[in-house]
Ligand binder design. Structure first.
Ligand code: HEC
Length: 113
């Protein structure tokens, strides 16, 4: 029992524990998103649409989850995220979270400290 618990705890601590998304699948699913956020996710079509390239994977997944649940309210993104499954969200976050962009975020190494 103890070892099961330990394995579960270690799995949570691993940086890969939540990386259940598949970037290739995310790339396919992101085509609809690119219509607003830009093909490279760094050049949105309007200034009120955020850049996503360069953003952390877990931030993207959290934002989408919160739009879907209604925790974060926005009519446009609420409708977009409402149609996504948990797997879609992980896939999209895995893909978009890997893109390089001009967005300034705190580097992952510094967040870990
Ligand atoms: C019709 C235009 C449109 C489409 C299509 C769209 N978005 Fe958005 N997205 C927006 C707007 C506008 C916002 C800003 C909403 C807000 O103020 O909360 C946003 C915000 C976001 C955010 C939060 C960014 C942040 O900095 O907090 C994420 C993540 C996101 N979109 C991902 C996606 C994904 C993934 C898709 C495809 C499934 C998608 N969007 C499709 C317009 C769009």
């Amino acid at each position: 029992m103890k070892s099961v618990l330990l394995v579960a705890l270690l799995a949570c601590a691993s940086p890969f524990a939540h990386a259940g998304g598949h970037a290739d699948a995310g790339a396919q699913k992101s085509k609809v998103c690119a219509a607003c956020h830009g093909a490279d996710f760094n050049t949105p079509i309007s200034p009120d649409i955020p850049r996503l390239a360069g953003q952390h994977r877990d931030y993207i997944a959290r934002a989408l989850t919160d739009y879907k649940s209604g925790e974060r309210k926005n009519p446009v993104m609420g409708a977009q995220a409402g149609a996504l499954s948990a797997q879609d969200i992980e896939d999209l976050a895995a893909y978009i979270g890997n893109l390089k962009g001009t967005l300034k975020v705190i580097p992952e190494q510094r967040l870990a400290n």
